[in-house]
Design a protein around this ligand. Structure first.
Ligand SMILES: NC(=O)c1ccc[n+]([C@@H]2O[C@H](COP(=O)([O-])OP(=O)(O)OC[C@H]3O[C@@H](n4cnc5c(N)ncnc54)[C@H](O)[C@@H]3O)[C@@H](O)[C@H]2O)c1
Length: 349
């Protein structure tokens, strides 16, 4: 099998991880990167690939089989369109774009050119996430009633040196909560409406640092979620799953799914049910640990992108699906600002 020739647009925090993943993959070759800093030029030289200041030049001169877009959120639209106009399928880091109209342009371009976009919601490629979805869909906990989740982390101060991370569009709703909304949509089902409180009291930036969220799903389940980037805790998917690229593994849970016949905690994959003969709340529960396949989310994501490029898979999360995740995430900010229930339908029409 010939190697797929890939490029990476943006060699910051996650772009460099993509470069490493591509260079370590036996069926992929990194043929160039685009970035605008001197540091990026030195980095590219160090890993042995050309660096272009304009991503259009990178695409025109290297003519890659696929592109990975790891630029700030506000550039996803321009870079995504640049790829699609050149018939180059792309893996766009999440969020697909920073606004719904921008996401709609990418959906339309992807569908009218028939060129796939895979959006970088890497958790969909993580065994705890797809196994939770499978177990719940197969009725392991009965009918889903309620969901609870947490993402509480303490970002270091220098993380905010990049100015875009302190401004609207670059805060933890679009950078972090968007992963949670995507996981919840993937595992539980489509979100119908959202209520929320947000606060910027801990960091005092223009963007929020903390949010408390209530969710109603189309299937009738209810959910709640707490998110903060100012809390020192291991209660994040990154820490508890051990799947993240640059966080230590702190085994534990961040999602709790409650059903009529039992409950499931993830990523620990502890399934709690009554013994069938003692189905009464005064009787003890049995804990069953559900096995995972041991694979790695980011490696699985790259394998999947290569399969999309080969035409043997359709994106597990394409542009339209990712626009729904963006809408659910943006709904949180609107619900908090306007102190009301926000439906996804109103954001998309
Ligand atoms: N899936 C994940 O695990 C994950 C993790 C982190 C970030 N992200 C997403 O990836 C994207 C990048 O985030 P980051 O934290 O790596 O940001 P970053 O600021 O570390 O990196 C962005 C890079 O883009 C470069 N850049 C800016 N403008 C450019 C231009 N016009 N042309 C070429 N290069 C340009 C910057 O110099 C920088 O090196 C964001 O959309 C973010 O939400 C995803």
């Amino acid at each position: 099998m010939t190697k797929k020739r890939l490029v990476v647009l943006g060699t910051g925090l996650i772009g460099r991880e993509h470069c490493t993943l591509v260079q370590n993959h036996p069926q992929a070759e990194l043929v160039g990167v685009a970035d605008v800093t001197d540091d990026a030029v030195a980095y590219a030289q160090n890993i042995g690939v050309p660096c272009y200041a304009r991503f259009e030049s990178l695409l025109d001169e290297t003519k890659p089989d696929g592109a990975i877009i790891a630029l700030p959120n506000t550039l996803h639209l321009a870079a995504g369109l640049a790829c699609l106009q050149r018939q180059i399928p792309c893996l766009i880091e999440k969020p697909i774009a920073d606004t719904i109209p921008a996401a709609q342009q990418l959906v339309q371009a992807s569908e009218s050119f028939a060129i796939p976009i895979l959006v970088g919601h890497h958790r969909r490629h993580s065994p705890d996430i797809y196994e939770s979805k499978r177990l719940i869909a197969e009725g392991a906990i009965g009918d889903l009633v309620a969901v609870n989740g947490m993402w509480m982390a303490d970002k270091p101060d220098d993380y905010f040196n990049a100015e875009w991370r302190r401004k609207p569009g670059g805060g933890p709703l679009l950078i972090n909560l968007i992963h949670e909304m995507d996981c919840l949509r993937f595992i539980v089902g489509e979100i119908e409406s959202v209520r929320a409180f947000t606060s910027n009291a801990a960091r005092g930036f223009e963007v929020e640092d903390t949010a408390s969220i209530s969710l109603r799903f189309e299937n009738g389940a209810l959910g709640s979620f707490i998110m903060s980037d100012s809390v020192a805790s291991p209660y994040t998917w990154e820490a508890t799953s051990g799947q993240a690229l640059y966080f230590p593994h702190q085994p534990g849970d961040c999602y709790f799914f409650g059903g009529t016949n039992g409950s499931l905690a993830a990523p620990s994959m502890n399934l709690w049910r009554h013994d069938q003969k003692t189905d009464h709340w005064e009787n003890p529960f049995l804990r069953q640990h559900m096995p995972l396949d041991g694979s790695r989310a980011y490696e699985n994501q790259l394998d999947h992108f290569l399969a999309v490029l080969a035409g043997t898979a359709v994106p597990v999360i394409g542009a339209r699906d990712a626009m729904m995740t963006l809408a659910a995430t943006l709904a949180v900010g609107i619900a908090a600002r306007e102190d009301r229930t926000v439906t996804l339908r109103e954001l998309l029409t």
